[in-house]
Ligand binder design. Structure first.
Ligand SMILES: *[C@@H]1O[C@H](CO)[C@@H](O)[C@H](O)[C@H]1NC(C)=O
Ligand SMILES: *[C@@H]1O[C@H](CO)[C@@H](O)[C@H](O)[C@H]1NC(C)=O
Ligand SMILES: *[C@@H]1O[C@H](CO)[C@@H](O)[C@H](O)[C@H]1NC(C)=O
Ligand SMILES: *[C@@H]1O[C@H](CO)[C@@H](O)[C@H](O)[C@H]1NC(C)=O
Ligand SMILES: *[C@@H]1O[C@H](CO)[C@@H](O)[C@H](O)[C@H]1NC(C)=O
Ligand SMILES: *[C@@H]1O[C@H](CO)[C@@H](O)[C@H](O)[C@H]1NC(C)=O
Ligand SMILES: *[C@@H]1O[C@H](CO)[C@@H](O)[C@H](O)[C@H]1NC(C)=O
Ligand SMILES: *[C@@H]1O[C@H](CO)[C@@H](O)[C@H](O)[C@H]1NC(C)=O
Ligand SMILES: *[C@@H]1O[C@H](CO)[C@@H](O)[C@H](O)[C@H]1NC(C)=O
Length: 725
């Protein structure tokens, strides 16, 4: 056979002396036809005049000069996958990952290319179903179709003969039906890696995984899987990663999980698992990540967990776990980097033993019943960058900040709803401008703190987000805010502040667009979910983040709104309601072109509504209710779309939408302002959201929405809660 082939090839060569090592003609033509249907930049050096075995990305076998490898990842290919590719049937390695291929795979693709061992089409834009055919290559080892838009069921013939399949990934597509368990029947000796994440798979996780002798990774997160974890999975001696977050899985986790001794990563988060965290979990000596957040787990944290000395990430937030945290000895968890115990029912003091976990970068204990003091030695945690213990019973804010300032890497401090009724520390907490120099987010809302806005905040040169809402702060808004170059979110609402809207506030560099628009936080170690108001549900710089905002509502501020307000070009939210601002609404507000929410209600504003406001195209919430405005409502553009409640309580305003037409003004004046309702506070849209959330019984929903709302990841709430990292 070999002899015959050699003769044929040498005959071919002698007929075409110009192409001494010419590759197979069918291969060359098929590849050219494949390339002609797409663009690439820079263009490929594929040309008929050159031996195709020398083309970029092509490898031939040396004996037959057949093309065996097509390896062009990240090569800027743009176009459909031409059917001619299926003729290159000695291909064993195909890697077209990270291009812009679109359309569906040609029919018969897998059965024609029956020598394929590796196929990588990941990170393209392929769509359609898997190509129909009754068989597919038995040599396939590595199949990666992740990050495309392919859909339909995975048929039972697909890869059924792939005896050597080691790795199969279809993550981030639109596949439907059940998880194809036939894949690992014939490949139970070879399969190591299975990734079905982020599709529309439903039904239960099939049995049989426990028989896969070399399975290391099983991922199926973000699907619609139901039922409990298959018991035979617990027989696996090989599995290292089990990640099935964001499904509707239920039932207990089960003590037998301790048999899976090689587990390093367990992610069962955002499901409906019930019962306790198995007491035997501590036997999982290799465990590095345990993510059980957002389930319905109960009971206490098993003390055996403290034996998992390789733990790096422990997240059990939003469950119904209880127990006195001070009883745990965390000292052995020397590698622990992230600890999230928030939104449970833990009690006790801040555990002293945590101070031995020198690798900690993030701690969240929020919304438990943690009491007492944060230990002064917290400053031993030099890597700590995220600290959230809101909604607890912490005492002594001054001592807390004196201790925390030693944690030089802190970027986020969230201690809202603690220290009730204490005084805002006045002494300089930054000590020689060295403390808190990395701090970007400071949240101290709902603490009923007395005193004034402390002057040392002016030294927090990296501050971006400040929430001091719902305290009892008095005095004026200090002018130095404008010296903080990155500050873009200020919430001082519901305090006892007096005096004017300081003109200096209009010089905030981030909001006036002078700081190069740095309007987001550095990536946080743990996510935070905040209550949005209607205006904030949009993508900002490609990411959902906090809106650039100034909330000053519900204080005792007075004087006029400065005309310089027009400088705050980047501002999305301006909320000044329930103060005593007077004078007219400055025309210049119309220059705040990104404004989405403007609330001037319940003040003493007079004069006309500036006609220029109709140019605020992004405005989605607007209210001037309960002032003393007069004249005609500019009836065009965006203003046209707001309900009469936005204007009520201004007896001298006229417009057809107020049933108070301008041409009958004299008559109405004669009969008195019978349309003026009592100046009562209109329900805010946020209250509706609180009502909804509370109705679904989140025990930990605390306080109103003017403060930060430290809600946690709950999938169905993502639509309601703006997330920022
Ligand atoms: C085609 O391009 C590849 C990669 O740039 C190069 O290695 C190869 O030598 C080129 N072939 C010819 C015939 O120029
Ligand atoms: C395909 O190429 C990319 C880029 O070089 C590489 O990261 C990936 O591992 C390759 N795929 C396979 C299956 O080897
Ligand atoms: C599977 O792998 C083994 C060992 O590498 C090899 O001998 C066998 O031919 C392969 N089977 C198939 C169907 O490719
Ligand atoms: C596709 O998945 C395989 C198997 O996990 C992996 O080796 C390969 O690197 C992946 N490709 C890319 C582009 O990440
Ligand atoms: C396993 O391979 C055999 C032989 O090719 C085939 O008949 C059978 O359908 C395969 N089993 C599964 C579950 O795919
Ligand atoms: C776990 O291991 C124990 C002891 O080897 C054994 O008795 C038990 O049956 C195992 N459980 C499962 C579900 O395999
Ligand atoms: C906690 O564990 C460490 C290390 O095992 C030990 O030295 C220390 O005494 C323990 N602390 C308490 C309070 O039991
Ligand atoms: C503090 O943060 C910086 C920047 O993220 C990092 O390089 C450094 O290692 C951190 N320091 C400690 C002690 O973790
Ligand atoms: C509001 O300000 C006006 C002056 O502009 C003043 O007469 C009035 O007393 C103030 N009202 C309150 C409640 O402070």
């Amino acid at each position: 056979m070999t002899v015959v082939l050699t003769i044929i090839i040498s005959l071919t060569l002698s007929c075409f002396p110009s192409a001494i090592h010419a590759c197979d003609e069918v291969d060359a033509n098929s590849l050219l036809s494949f390339a002609s249907s797409m663009s690439s930049s820079p263009s490929l050096n594929w040309s008929n005049s050159i031996d195709c075995c020398l083309w970029e990305g092509i490898t031939c076998n040396s004996d037959l000069n057949r093309v065996t490898r097509l390896w062009l990842p990240s090569r800027g290919l743009h176009g459909p996958v031409a059917p001619s590719l299926a003729n290159v049937n000695h291909l064993t390695h195909l890697n077209l990952s990270r291009n812009s291929l679109f359309g569906s795979l040609p029919s018969g693709f897998f059965s024609s290319l029956n020598n394929l061992q590796i196929i990588d089409f990941s990170y393209n834009d392929l769509s359609g179903k898997l190509p129909s055919s009754s068989s597919s290559s038995s040599h396939l080892e590595n199949v990666n179709l992740s990050r495309n838009r392919m859909g339909g069921d995975i048929p039972s013939w697909f890869l059924k003969d792939a005896w050597n399949l080691t790795s199969f990934s279809v993550s981030s597509n639109q596949f439907t039906g059940v998880i194809p368990s036939h894949l690992w029947i014939n490949s139970s000796r070879s399969i190591q890696f299975l990734d079905f994440s982020v599709n529309y798979f439903r039904g239960e996780i099939p049995q049989g995984l426990g028989s896969c002798l070399n399975l290391k990774v099983f991922r199926a997160g973000s699907n619609s899987l139901t039922g409990s974890l298959p018991r035979d999975l617990y027989k696996s001696a090989s599995i290292e990663e089990l990640s099935v977050p964001q499904n509707q899985l239920s039932g207990p986790i089960g003590e037998a999980i301790a048999n899976v001794t090689n587990l390093r990563i367990v992610d069962l988060s955002v499901n409906g698992f019930t019962g306790p965290i198995p007491a035997e979990t501590g036997k999982l000596y290799n465990l590095q990540q345990l993510c059980l957040q957002n389930n319905r787990l109960s009971g206490s944290l098993p003390s055996s967990l403290m034996d998992c000395t390789n733990l790096i990430l422990l997240n059990v937030r939003s469950n119904s776990l209880l127990g006195d945290l001070s009883n745990f000895n965390f000292s052995n968890l020397v590698r622990l980097g992230v600890l999230d115990l928030g939104y449970n029912d833990f009690s006790g003091n801040f555990p002293q033993s945590l101070l031995s976990c020198k690798s900690l970068t993030a701690i969240r204990l929020s919304a438990n019943r943690i009491a007492g003091h944060i230990p002064p030695k917290i400053s031993q945690l030099q890597s700590l960058s995220f600290m959230a213990i809101s909604g607890s019973n912490l005492l002594n804010i001054a001592a807390t900040f004196t201790s925390l300032r030693g944690c030089r890497n802190l970027t986020a401090i969230i201690l809202s709803q603690n220290f009730i009724g204490e005084s805002m520390p006045e002494i300089d907490m930054t000590v020689d401008s060295r403390g808190f120099q990395n701090l970007e987010l400071l949240a101290l809302g709902r603490c009923q703190l007395q005193g004034q806005i402390p002057a040392w905040l002016a030294k927090l040169g990296n501050l971006r987000v400040l929430d001091l809402s719902q305290n009892r702060l008095t005095g004026q808004i200090p002018p130095w805010f404008s010296s903080l170059p990155y500050l873009f979110y200020i919430d001082l609402s519901s305090n006892l502040l007096s005096g004017p809207f300081p003109k200096q506030l209009t010089l905030l560099p981030a909001l006036s667009g002078e700081a190069g628009n740095i309007l987001s936080l550095s990536p946080l170690v743990l996510p935070i979910f905040v209550m949005p108001d209607k205006s904030t549900m949009r993508l900002f710089n490609g990411r959902r983040v906090l809106p650039p905002a100034i909330y000053l509502d519900s204080n005792g501020l007075s004087g006029s709104i400065p005309v310089e307000i027009g400088r705050l070009k980047c501002l999305n939210v301006l909320s000044l309601s329930r103060n005593n601002f007077s004078g007219s609404i400055p025309d210049e507000i119309a220059q705040v072109t990104n404004l989405e929410r403007l609330d001037l209600s319940s003040n003493s504003l007079t004069g006309k509504i500036p006609a220029s406001l109709i140019g605020l195209h992004f405005l989605s919430y607007f209210s001037v209710a309960f002032n003393d405005l007069d004249g005609e409502i500019p009836f065009r553009g965006q203003l046209d779309t707001f309900p009469s409640a936005s204007f009520e309580g201004n007896p001298k305003l006229c417009s057809s939408i107020l049933q108070h037409p301008c041409f009958t003004q004299e008559e109405n004046d004669a009969t008195g302002p019978e349309h003026a309702p009592e100046p009562e506070v209109a329900p805010e849209p946020e209250d509706i959201i609180v009502g909804l959330a509370a109705g679904i019984s989140f025990g930990f929903i605390i306080g109103s929405t003017y403060g930060f709302f430290y809600m946690d990841n709950f999938r169905r709430f993502i639509a309601w809660f703006t997330k920022f990292f």
